[in-house]
Design a protein around this ligand. Structure first.
Ligand SMILES: NC(=O)c1ccc[n+]([C@@H]2O[C@H](COP(=O)([O-])OP(=O)(O)OC[C@H]3O[C@@H](n4cnc5c(N)ncnc54)[C@H](OP(=O)(O)O)[C@@H]3O)[C@@H](O)[C@H]2O)c1
Length: 352
């Protein structure tokens, strides 16, 4: 496991192809490349025929989005960022890796593959060393929970987590944002017109189903949180039960977390540990009614944590609230950090 994480600058240009470059995460990724001043050589944006031909400005250049095919990968990419869908990742990741690119995948396709590191740089950057061409990044609900709990886990290992999420529609892509807008407009006029972008109508509602159900009654999103956290923490025995709920927030995933550690932990000591993590900002001042909300997290790279208190149902346990923007630290920012981290470790082979 890694200690405190600090950013490593990328000095030489990197050739990057984004599959899903027209999507909400793909577009945010371009903003983040600029914000973090990553030097980019060739940049290609791929999507489906729906977006092919659309133009995007990047650093004074106009990039035309192309349709993705199996022939899209020409051996000149240093990084291929797959930010499209699980099925697209399964199809294109092996091809891009075979052509010599380091593939970073944002879907769930390879996260639990034993040959693929699943990495939050602040936690387990060392796992990048054993990649075989593909690196996965976690689900956008896993990352904030993991970052909030990791500093305590390092000194007092976790035994059990119970978590309930309150997830924004942006986590389901650009179409889901439009879906919330149109459903809300209709509902305000007294009409119930589900957009089909969530499992149920989402405007003025809460839907306890994110992704499909598995046989045990949990949704795949809930199993992702459990399995991914165990893999990232190298803690295969860690007990986790999640309930994932979609709410009509636009941006910012929230989670109410109940955590039990090997030894009881004082909430003040926990607050101090959590606050020391660079990627986490604690906003926790009940006296002045200060705590983070999804609106605070929107557009921000930090994980915000508040409501840190003793679990009254389990003395020694801890209850807290964590919020982050799923598009940024939940997706695009983590990918930019992975690129920086891989480069500092000499894992990106420049094609020139
Ligand atoms: N949204 C989040 O908060 C979040 C967080 C973490 C991870 N992710 C993951 O990131 C990926 C992208 O999510 P998103 O939210 O950005 O979705 P999105 O807004 O719906 O965008 C998806 C993009 O992928 C493209 N695409 C879809 N299927 C494709 C295919 N078969 N081949 C090539 N391109 C394809 C789409 O092309 P068109 O433009 O042509 O339709 C679009 O550009 C997904 O795997 C998602 O699970 C999302």
């Amino acid at each position: 496991m890694e200690g405190p994480f600090s950013r490593s600058p990328v000095l030489d240009p990197i050739n990057i192809t984004v599959v899903g470059g027209a999507g909400i995460v793909g577009r945010e990724f371009l903003k983040i490349l600029d914000e973090r001043q990553l030097p980019v050589g060739r940049l290609r944006l791929l999507a489906t025929s729906r977006s092919a031909g659309k133009q995007v400005e990047f650093r004074g250049n106009t990039i035309t989005i192309e349709e993705t095919t199996e022939g899209s990968f020409d051996g000149k990419d240093d990084i291929v960022f797959l930010s499209a869908s699980g099925s697209a990742s399964k199809l294109y990741a092996p091809i891009a890796a075979e052509k010599g690119a380091l593939v970073i995948d944002d879907s769930s396709a390879f996260r639990m593959d034993e040959t693929v590191p699943l990495v939050i740089p602040e936690i387990n950057a060392a796992d990048l060393a054993w990649h075989q061409g593909i690196i996965s990044q976690p689900n956008c609900t896993t990352t904030p929970m993991a970052l909030a709990l990791f500093p305590i886990h390092q000194v007092n290992p976790l035994k059990r987590i119970v978590v309930a999420t309150y997830q924004a529609v942006a986590g389901a892509g650009a179409a889901a944002i439009e879906g919330l807008k149109t459903e809300t407009a209709a509902a305000l006029e007294g009409r119930h017109e589900p957009s089909g972008t969530q499992k149920k109508e989402i405007a003025f509602n809460a839907v306890p189903q994110v992704d499909d159900f598995s046989d045990d009654g949990y949704t795949k999103e809930e199993l992702k949180m459990a399995n991914e956290t165990r893999k990232i923490f190298h803690a295969p025995e860690l007990a986790i039960s999640a309930t994932c709920v979609r709410i009509p927030a636009m941006f910012g995933h929230s989670a109410a977390i109940w955590a039990e550690f090997e030894r009881p932990i004082d909430p003040r000591a926990a607050r101090t540990l959590i606050d020391q993590t660079e990627a986490v900002t604690v906003i926790d001042d009940p006296e002045h009614e200060r705590y983070p909300t999804p609106l605070d997290a929107a557009g921000n790279d930090q994980v915000f944590v508040g409501r840190i208190r003793q679990d009254l149902s389990n003395p020694g346990g801890l209850t807290l609230w964590a919020v982050t923007d799923s598009i940024r630290k939940g997706a695009a920012t983590n990918v930019a950090q992975l690129i920086e981290e891989c480069d500092s470790r000499g894992l990106i082979k420049r094609k020139g």
